[in-house]
Design a protein. Structure first.
Length: 278
């Protein structure tokens, strides 16, 4: 469970985008209150209904602007994409919901137009969740768009990629008790597996596997002169010639490799390098 919370999570630190999102959410909440009247505005004059909805919209804008634009501007190291994880994202969304609830409550508690009732507390909480739900959806769509564009760009480069290497290399275990000789161009993927590395390679047009006691760092050093062998993740080396397709979603970019029945993840730190390689 702890490992799950430590997993990297794509934090949105684009302040310009956040400003647009905050404005949109504020307007959406105001319009929602005005037209759907969850607080029984039916006895209000049109003017009073407009004032209440506009002020709630303004409170939403102010609270989210403070949390999503001002705070990240002053604490850039804390909100670094590299350090962001699932646990931080959960706490951050909880903080956003809490600040919205407080902002809405104080307005309804002390305004001169609307008298708050006990049942309205639940409505305030639900509206706060509605605002953050809109935020989550918008951020997810943004990430999907970014990663899909990256995938498209990678696929375009793959169309023109032509590299090969016919040389055979001998890969030995750390204690020289085991070895395998492979033609470099036939290697599809090398995966770290604890104290071992697992080779996925082609032989007679069929994918085969071989487990060797060694480290991925040592293997990467052996293959450093082959520009089509690339580290795309802390546990993977890939042959970029065998990439069939790149896919992107809210979690990142993954690669579909020829002959393999699983997708290879690409860490954000290696995306720029991968684009250059292919």
């Amino acid at each position: 469970m702890l490992e799950f919370f430590k997993k990297p999570y794509p934090f949105n630190n684009d302040l310009v985008h956040n400003a647009k999102v905050v404005f949109f959410i504020g307007a959406a909440i105001g319009l929602f209150l005005f037209f759907f009247e969850p607080f029984n505005f039916n006895n209000f004059s049109l003017r009073d209904k407009f004032i209440v909805s506009s002020l709630i919209s303004l409170i939403t804008f102010a609270v989210l602007s403070f949390s999503m634009i001002i705070i990240p501007s002053f604490f850039k190291s804390f909100f670094s994409i590299k350090n962001w994880n699932v646990l931080k994202e959960i706490f951050w969304n909880t903080w956003l919901i809490f600040t919205l609830i407080v902002g809405y409550y104080f307005y309804f508690r002390f305004n001169s137009v609307f008298l708050i009732k006990p049942g309205d507390i639940l409505k305030i909480i639900l509206i706060s969740f509605l605002a953050i739900s809109i935020l989550v959806v918008l951020n997810r769509n943004r990430l999907v768009k970014i990663h899909l564009n990256l995938a498209v760009e990678l696929n375009k480069k793959l169309m023109t990629k032509m590299d090969s290497a016919d040389k055979e290399l001998l890969f030995e275990s750390e204690y020289k008790k085991d070895s395998i000789k492979l033609t470099v161009k036939d290697i599809a993927v090398i995966k770290s597996a604890g104290n071992y590395v697992e080779f996925f390679y082609f032989e007679n047009s069929k994918i085969k596997k071989h487990l060797l006691r060694n480290t991925l760092i040592n293997i990467e050093d052996t293959l450093k002169n082959y520009n089509f062998i690339f580290r795309c993740h802390r546990t993977y080396l890939i042959n970029t010639d065998f990439i069939i397709k790149a896919t992107g979603d809210s979690q990142g970019v993954k690669l579909l490799m020829r002959g393999l029945d699983f997708q290879v993840p690409v860490s954000r730190n290696y995306l720029a390098g991968l684009k250059e390689k292919i």
